[in-house]
Design a protein around this ligand. Structure first.
Ligand code: 13P
Length: 248
């Protein structure tokens, strides 16, 4: 893995005018970047983002995708609909969806499958809670979460992106140390190696309070191929600093 990935997850933030300013500033500062940058925006803004970023090196994506193809699923957004708006990547199984919307490992695996079938790269999130870490269950939890996705997606697994996001590090300012993150990334890489011939081609992103100050040391780790950025992706200068750290 040479080219790193920096993906912003805006979560439920933004407005037409704020998005326009943020995208303009990111786009303007991206010219020298040699990493793959993307922003995952709230679904109602996909048309705006598509219009503003068409032809840009900055990709755009969604924060979720339905596990169903189409039909009577009120409130859901299908992979085909996302594709209509030029979406290249979609986050699936973010811990906030697992926690607040009861998403199971099996559902997340199906969502990844729907994305892949529509030509969208799923960014599959895995990660343990603080209680699970303290109980020594980190490895078992992330392995179980990834195993479901591998089981459902078979050889297509080489087309996914994985994000390790320890739940205790999300939005808390408590970043996993580079060593803690690397340890889990190495484990995920080994698990992927059993499922695909080229596990090194699957980008493994770290997420959880990554910012301009700590990005470089995390990204220097052998198995950390990029970042999934929440809070710091809402400020152009911070996001661009992380992009710069990933472009070294
Ligand atoms: P923060 O960077 O705000 O901790 O969020 C991380 C995250 O959840 C990205 O998906």
């Amino acid at each position: 893995m040479t080219r790193k990935w920096i993906v912003g997850n805006w979560k439920m933030n933004g407005s037409l005018s704020a998005n326009q300013d943020l995208l303009h500033a990111i786009h303007a500062g991206l010219s020298t970047a040699s990493c793959q940058a993307a922003v995952c925006v709230p679904a109602p803004y996909l048309a705006q983002v598509q219009q503003q970023l068409l032809g840009s090196a900055l990709w755009w994506g969604a924060q979720d995708v339905s596990a169903h193809e189409q039909g009577a699923f009120t409130g859901e957004v299908s992979a085909a609909m996302l594709r209509d708006f030029g979406v290249r990547v979609a986050i699936v199984g973010h811990s906030e969806r697992r926690q607040y919307h009861g998403e199971t490992d099996a559902l997340v695996a199906t969502k990844a499958q729907r994305a892949l079938a529509a030509g969208i790269t799923p960014i599959v999130c895995v990660g343990e809670t603080l209680a699970e870490r303290e109980a020594g269950q980190t490895q078992a939890v992330v392995k179980r979460q990834l195993a479901a996705v591998i089981h459902t997606n078979g050889h297509c697994i080489s087309e996914i992106v994985v994000a390790y996001e320890p739940v205790w590090a999300i939005g808390t300012g408590k970043t996993a140390s580079p060593e803690q993150a690397q340890e889990v990334h190495a484990l995920l890489r080994a698990q992927l190696a059993a499922a695909t011939d080229h596990p090194e081609r699957i980008p493994l992103l770290y997420g959880g309070s990554m910012n301009a100050a700590n990005a470089a040391s995390l990204l220097a780790q052998l198995d950390i191929d990029g970042g999934l950025i929440g809070g710091a992706s809402l400020k152009a200068a911070d996001f661009l600093s992380i992009v710069a750290a990933a472009s070294q």
